[in-house]
Design a protein around this ligand. Structure first.
Ligand code: SAM
Length: 279
């Protein structure tokens, strides 16, 4: 098999540094460097970009990102056992890899990065959605990142790109698609990972929109969407009853039939309603 760098194969790295996978840290490693390089390529041309990687583990994707030409990679890894393996990569790519031994939920990575910034990660499943929601809901927009290229369990990936009328359509789809263009760019079977997880995985690529797809106040939109999907089987006139006075009139003014259910309403409809309800 062709190699992408002169470092040892990942199986050898894992054996040398005794990196047996820990379930509690969501450790399912990618050991095929051709596959990690392919994931890195989904993020586009990285040559002029800083890349933020969460959870590098033994460094398969990190090596893919560096071999594909990332200007710099900042990798945040919680498991200190991985640090010696990552230090070997840093040595092979002088000045281009910085590793932080930290919890990605606790650290402010932006201070270590220079725009343009892309985020690329094979995320630990236990923190993936939480990180995505944070990246999509900063206090000011546009955010620090230009694009996010992220591995999720396939079900979560499908919720991010879901369209109205599907079971997967809900808060995550609206949040993601309001402020970004999202598509699934790769799917991976369990066998691609060591150890293989029980589920299939998929890589989602999100490109930020400079302005949201439709105007709306973020907090109002979020409140309405939460209320509507918390009771997704109910008609909007019932699920949104507590959301604003005279909700039936407001729904009609937004061009929405009050007997619709949340999953039938496109993003544009929720934004129109948010503009009428106001903060
Ligand atoms: N990127 C590697 C790969 O593709 O083979 C490893 C991916 S593995 C699914 C997830 C990685 O995230 C593990 O290395 C794990 O230790 C790390 N991790 C888990 N929780 C974390 C957190 N809160 N902050 C930073 N890293 C975390």
């Amino acid at each position: 098999m062709a190699t992408i760098d002169n470092l040892p194969p990942l199986r050898e790295v894992i054996a040398t540094h005794e990196l047996s996978a820990k379930k509690a840290l969501g450790q399912n490693f990618l050991l095929d460097l051709n596959l990690t390089a392919k994931i890195a390529r989904q993020a586009g041309d990285l040559s002029g970009c800083d890349v933020l990687e969460i959870g590098p583990g033994p460094g398969g994707l990190t090596r893919g990102l560096l071999a594909e030409g990332a200007r710099r990679v900042l990798a945040i890894e919680k498991d200190a056992r991985c640090l010696p393996a990552l230090a070997e990569i840093a040595e092979a790519y002088p000045g281009r890899l910085q590793v932080l031994n930290a919890d990605a939920l606790q650290v402010d990575a932006t201070q270590y990065l220079t725009p343009p910034i892309r985020v690329v990660a094979n995320l630990p499943y236990n923190v993936g959605t939480e990180l995505l929601v944070r990246w999509l809901t900063p206090e000011v927009w546009p955010p620090f990142w230009d694009s996010l290229t992220l591995m999720f369990q396939k079900e979560v990936a499908e919720r991010i790109v879901a369209t109205p009328g599907s079971k997967a359509y809900g808060r995550l789809a609206i949040l993601a698609q309001w402020r970004a263009e999202a598509r699934i760019v790769m799917t991976l079977p369990p066998e691609a990972f060591t150890p293989p997880p029980k589920i299939h995985s998929a890589v989602v690529h999100l490109t930020r929109r400079d302005a949201p797809a439709f105007p709306a106040d973020a907090a109002t939109l979020s409140r309405l969407v939460a209320a509507a999907f918390n009771q997704r089987r109910k008609m909007l006139r019932a699920s949104l009853k507590g959301a604003a006075p005279d909700i039936e009139d407001k729904l009609r003014a937004a061009g929405l039939d009050p007997t619709l259910r949340a999953e039938q309403v496109p993003l544009e409809g929720f934004c129109a309603l948010a503009r009428i309800v106001k903060p």
